[in-house]
Design a protein around this ligand. Sequence first.
Ligand SMILES: [Zn+2]
Length: 443
Amino acid sequence: MNDPMADLILTGRYLLTMDPNQTLIEEGGVAIAGDTILAVGQADALRARHPEAPVIAEPHGLIMPGLVNVHTHAAMSLFRGLADDLPLMQWLQDYIFPVEATLTGALVHQGALLSICEMIKSGTTSFCDMYLFAGEVARAASEAGMRAWIGEVLYDFPSPSYGPLENGFACTKDLLDRYRSHPLVSVTLDPHAVYTCSPELLTRLGDMARDEGTLYVIHLSENAEEVRTCRQRYGRSPVEHLEALGLLGPQVVAGHCVVLTPAEIALLAERGVKVAHCPESNLKLASGIAPVVDMLAAGIAVGLGTDGSASNNDVDLFGEMNTAAKIHKVDRMDPTVMSAATTLDAATMGGARVLGAERLIGSLEPGKKADCIVLDLDQPHLTPIYHPVSHLVYAARGSDVIHSVIGGRVVMRDRKLLTLDEAAILARAAGIGHGFRRGRNGG
Ligand SMILES: [Zn+2]
């Protein structure tokens, strides 16, 4: 029997597969060939079978699938801390939309690179991004070697990116064509929300998503005011509105879904809609607590998202897991809900399901893409270890991630980014921030 050659082997004290049984292998490893996982198993056996392959051995390491951030706006890292402690609509209309009106492609590229540095350094290997100048976000992801689902945000009013709405469709089509066969970047169709998009816009993008076979990414039922506005305008809730337009289906990735009735949860489940849960953004903007326990019970695929850095204020999914596991316990006054295992699943396989990529990523299994991270467990806050999954959700931090591999390529080794010049990106972002502070765009 001719074994394919491995190009790289990672070994560690633990290997957590996140397969359906969340199999944990002590003294485990993963063998990688090209961009694909060849085998997982005992480290000794993998080394013996592939004696020529280079090995990254981490005796105190835990190897696991890279985390999947299913809802973010990467370039908003430039607005981190610009306006805090405000209600969603005031925050958007008085601060975020005005500053976004001054954005340029160059600024979005720098902001996206900054977030990507932070994401890789905190264990994320895939992200789903909705923003302006999406081509620049895609370029940043491609340069970094990061897996991403990216869409140009469309709404009724003119965009600082493409100008009048009609150009937005052309811009989206162009993006779809450019990335059709890219190994890491997929393009999505992104209406902003029901309160910023006419029924015609929502429907036209829905038709495009069906024709192109792409995801349809939208903010949905984020807070009570959105529901109230939608009812006033259309006599229906946001979920009922999309249903009436025939838009609810398995291609929909709905961000937030905080305000839902039991009937709406049942409808989302029936239509196969996927949900991006963004607990820290929902807490910070006082939007509420999404009924994730009920959504999971109804069989809805739920992934974790950080939302943009201006409403979180970071893109560290380890922090997001910690928050997600805890808020649902206090919301239900039941410490047994949203267990560590359930929460870790949402940040890995759940995220993969939300993006329709469960056969590609989310777990370490032969044949899947080699997206994996290694954490250093030899630290005060992670010692001793009874249940690794518990530590990952309740004690670990993004900064515990020391190595990251995306599509078989080592993008971070010993916390040094190998595909990006981190010092230069930080220096440029600091300069851009200085410009915003002085009321210029700095670009
Ligand atoms: Zn968002």
